[in-house]
Ligand binder design. Structure first.
Ligand code: NAD
Length: 483
């Protein structure tokens, strides 16, 4: 293996998986996958046509009939087998994910391990799908059963190229559903590696189809089919709402993991150094392209100036570069749209009195790099305080009163993640209860774990992934009343 950090040598040939067969490009349309660190093309990705989608639907219908009758042990064996293969293949999978998405290899390795851990947890959950029996007079009874919802259409974005497809596949497979997954075309090799691991671990043909295509063509085609019974989507709120409208026509079950705009409340009794360190790391993670990224930093006025100056120093010291370089702490943004979008947010903020304390510029002419940025003097009429920036920018404001900062934190229609930093247990309890958010980190920035549900409220979506709730979201309830 060539170990040059700029080498694309290990990047695999790209293919789809339909009805137990791997599908190459042939005369299909293709999409060029680009390395965001260099701007160079890594490989051509085949895209589905309408006939492929019909084949995928037909296979998913047959696959569902097979898999709904599988034993929990069989499902667990496939998930555990795939987890083992992912762990064995971590070096190659993590490297390819960095090549296609940009984030550091340290981050993509965590994604591989998280996905393996989630599959192992779901293997256990497959065995814990219980019902209940209600006792009636004279020997009659009512039986409450959980059954798999049916074939699932799932759409995963590029920002977690391994973990997102892993979440979309693990839960339906544990529940006994079949699935048609369309991951992001921009980062496809990671999803292919996961499907390879599942197939090699014995997943029967038809249970899992992997397709790539023009996103709106694929979702319109799949959601119009009476075969699909559920849609699961992770991505922007605008696309999620569009898919919910399509889902309404066939009354589909939905799980929506949509955009966020996480408030961060830093009280003056926080552990100052630890808070700076955690918030720098969390902001740099995947160059800020994380749905739970800390975004609006509300700092208590007693420590505001000292805090933003320390944060700026830490952010400026981050080493930004090619994610394959082990010393790099923040990779490029994932595609050419992202630095352009961040420039737009910053220009808008500056025209309204915003002040950049560090960063604010693209880096170099190759790839899609952007400087870690701290913006202060922000006001609520700026776009960055209302729309998800999805980039390495921390926007800071000061606050004085608890009630005032809670109102600010809850001001937006989003509610995915929120953070608070305080060493006072009473303040921690009060703020945890007051924030309108599906997840809250208190003195903590890691919100995901295999056994813990991950979800938003308000326009950040509904339904959970991970935890027992992730499998429950792929089950329907049936009551049988038996005299
Ligand atoms: P986008 O909304 O166009 O795409 C996000 C994902 O949705 C992509 O993987 C895309 O393939 C898919 N998608 C888009 N239209 C679709 C359709 N009609 N049917 C099915 N799938 C569809 O946005 P983008 O340019 O990739 O990113 C823009 C914004 O989206 C970001 O700024 C961020 O706010 C948000 N986003 C959020 C997440 C998240 O994890 N919540 C992930 C990626 C992007």
């Amino acid at each position: 293996m060539n170990t040059s950090i700029h080498s694309a040598e290990t990047y695999p040939a790209l293919r789809m998986h339909i009805d137990g067969e791997w599908v190459e490009a042939g005369d299909r349309r293709t999409f060029d996958v680009v390395n965001p660190a260099t701007g160079s093309v890594l490989a051509a990705l085949p895209l589905v046509d309408a006939a492929d989608l019909d084949r995928a639907l037909d296979a998913a219908q047959r696959g569902f009939k097979i898999w709904r009758n599988s034993s929990p042990e069989e499902r667990a064996a496939v998930l555990n087998g795939a987890a083992r293969l992912l762990r064995e293949r971590i070096d190659v999978i993590a490297r390819n994910a960095t090549l296609e998405e940009g984030k550091t290899v340290a981050e993509t390795r965590i994604e591989v391990l998280a996905t393996a851990g989630l599959f192992e947890f779901y293997a256990g959950e497959a065995k814990r799908i219980y019902g209940r029996v209600l006792v009636r007079p004279d020997g009659a009874r009512s039986i409450v059963m959980k059954e798999p919802v049916g074939p699932v259409a799932a759409f995963a974005p590029w920002n977690f190229p391994i973990a997102n497809p892993g979440r979309k596949l693990g839960a339906p497979i544990a529940a006994g559903c079949s699935v048609i997954l369309k991951p992001a075309e921009e980062a496809p090799a990671s999803a292919i590696a996961i499907v390879e691991a599942l197939v090699e671990s014995g997943l029967p043909a038809g249970v899992c189809q992997l397709v790539f295509g023009v996103p709106n063509e694929v979702s319109t085609h799949l959601l119009a089919s009476p075969i699909i019974r559920k849609v699961s989507f992770t991505g922007s709120t605008v696309v999620g709402k569009h898919l919910m409208k399509l889902a309404a026509d066939n009354a589909l079950r939905t799980t929506m993991e949509l955009g966020g705009h996480a408030p961060v409340i830093v009280f003056d009794d926080c552990d100052f150094d630890k808070t700076i360190q955690l918030l720098t790391t969390a902001k740099a993670r995947n160059a800020g392209q994380v749905c739970v990224a800390p975004t609006r930093y509300y700092i208590h006025e007693n420590i505001h100036d000292r805090f933003v100056s320390a944060l700026s120093e830490r952010m400026a010291a981050l080493k930004v570069g090619n994610g394959l370089d082990p010393d790099v702490q923040m990779g490029p943004m994932a595609n050419s749209r992202r630095p352009e979008a961040i420039e737009g947010f910053l220009q808008n903020a500056m025209s309204r009195g915003g002040r950049i304390l560090t960063g604010g510029e693209r880096i170099g002419n190759e790839g899609f790099f952007f400087q870690p940025t701290v913006l202060t003097n922000v006001s609520n009429d700026m776009r960055i305080m209302n729309e998800e920036p999805f980039g390495p920018v921390a926007a800071t404001q000061s606050f004085r009163e608890f009630d005032q900062v809670v109102e600010e934190a809850n001001r937006l229609p989003f509610g995915l993640a929120a953070y608070a930093f305080t060493e006072n247990a009473r303040t921690a309890n009060r703020i945890g209860a007051a924030l309108e958010s599906g997840m809250v980190g208190i003195n903590a920035v890691v919100l995901a774990a295999p056994d813990s549900p991950f979800q938003g409220v308000k326009q950040s979506g509904h339904g959970s992934e991970d935890g027992p709730e992730g499998v429950a979201a792929c089950l329907v309830t049936k009551s049988i009343h038996q005299l």
